[in-house]
Design a protein around this ligand. Structure first.
Ligand SMILES: Nc1ncnc2c1ncn2[C@@H]1O[C@H](COP(=O)(O)OP(=O)(O)O)[C@@H](O)[C@H]1O
Ligand SMILES: [Mg+2]
Length: 385
């Protein structure tokens, strides 16, 4: 999560805005928190889209449909205001790392995790399709790996931008290396387009490469439409199924149910233990921890750095050598103190996503108002990045 910048809102609808989660074609995604402490990802659409009446109408329809998608395998849409001057919608916050980031950091997923990922994504796409929605932008950046399985984000709503200044200006919505041939050719697409993107996403998870390689957008679109995907390195147990997803002919691709049946018969996902290797799990837990604002850490460092000077002054009457010993000793002492203090400060502020000086007073205020026990350490919040 990135800190807020000048111009970012501090509140959207009923949510206090705590940081920036991402920024894409349609708008900016913020981490928000309700009064009750529930965390959400709030996507605020670009101001230029907000003025487009066609966009608003489509946005209304898409949000309505997206709200009916089950949240078991996708980030559920939990709230929206399509009539606000800057329209927005909120999805349940998923504590996780994107598949794109995970593979870039740790390389390809091992086979057992790949099987669970395949099953989880098939279930997620099935849920999206059941609501009458086509995802249209399934790719590694839109899959979040969480401790309890993979989640699909960012579905369907991009369609609201079709025909707006954003798309007519030539911006490619979606990621060319993961688009289906029909999408790349600009023809009408059906749910099968998501099966192609699923195949491409799984090749990436299995090999750390996109099946159509890298390069400029036109080259990628050409390869997607007219060349065979490179699926070398995909485990044998999943190869036929993934190859079928990547069929150029939409009707020849499997359905989500066929994928789940295939997995049951040929490559069952493990049913015991964590689904990800331990270093992935560690990265998810780490991403859930708050990162203190640099200002707080700088303050600690400056205060720590000033202490030896104070020690040095006190020792000013002694010889030069004893003063040097005092200053060096003071520096070491302060280094140790900083190392000791930092975790305490971290745990104190854990959960306060965007720290402000006034936050220091909050426990005191609560204590004064409630007349309860002495102010304590704020309980760490679960699951945020
Ligand atoms: N529900 C969510 N839970 C956690 N993080 C999210 C959620 N929705 C979005 N994000 C974060 O914000 C980033 C951008 O969100 P996304 O919906 O994919 O928008 P876009 O692709 O238009 O920027 C994601 O890569 C992810 O890191
Ligand atoms: Mg996205």
């Amino acid at each position: 999560m990135q800190p807020l910048e000048a111009g970012d809102p501090t509140r959207i609808g009923p949510y206090a805005i705590l940081g920036v989660l991402g920024s894409g074609g349609m708008g900016k995604v913020y981490l928000g928190r309700s009064t009750g402490g529930r965390t959400v990802a709030v996507k605020a659409v670009r101001p230029e889209l907000a003025d487009d009446s066609q966009f608003r109408q489509r946005f209304r329809n898409e949000i309505e449909a997206a709200k009916s998608v089950s949240g078991a395998f996708t980030a559920a849409v939990v709230d929206s205001d399509t009539e606000a001057s800057v329209p927005w919608f909120a999805t349940a916050f998923i504590a996780g790392i994107s598949l794109g980031d995970a593979v870039a950091r740790f390389g390809a997923l091992p086979e057992p995790a790949l099987r669970t990922l395949t099953a989880g994504l098939a279930e997620a796409i099935a849920a999206v399709h059941r609501a009458g929605i086509i995802h249209r932008d399934l790719k590694p950046a839109n899959v979040l790996l969480a401790l309890d399985g993979p989640y699909v984000i960012d579905f369907g709503i991009t369609r609201a931008t079709e025909g707006t200044a954003l798309t007519t200006a030539g911006t490619v919505m979606g990621s060319p290396g993961f688009m289906s041939p029909e999408q790349a050719s600009g023809v009408r697409v059906g749910p099968e387009t998501d099966m192609f993107s699923l195949g491409a996403t799984l090749v990436y998870a299995a090999t750390a490469r996109s099946p159509f390689g890298d390069g400029p957008t036109p080259a990628l679109l050409y390869r997607v439409v007219s060349q065979e995907p490179d699926i070398s390195g995909v485990p044998d147990s999943l190869r036929d199924m993934i190859a079928a997803c990547l069929h150029k002919e939409p009707a020849r691709r499997p359905t989500t149910q066929q994928i789940l049946d295939y997995l049951d018969a040929n490559a069952p996902a493990p049913t015991t233990g964590g689904w990800l290797p331990p270093h992935y799990t560690d990265a998810i837990v780490q991403a859930s921890h708050v990162r203190l604002r640099p200002i707080l850490m700088t303050t600690i460092a400056i205060v720590a750095g000033m202490l030896p000077i104070a020690f040095g002054r006190g020792a000013g009457s002694g010889s030069r050598a004893s003063m040097a010993v005092t200053i060096i000793g003071g520096q070491i002492l302060c280094l140790l103190l900083t190392l000791l203090i930092t975790p305490v400060v971290y745990s104190y502020f854990d959960g306060l996503r965007a720290w402000r000086p006034s936050d220091l007073l909050n426990p005191l205020r609560k204590w004064v108002r409630s007349g309860a026990d002495a102010p304590g350490i704020a309980a760490p919040e679960k699951a945020e990045s």
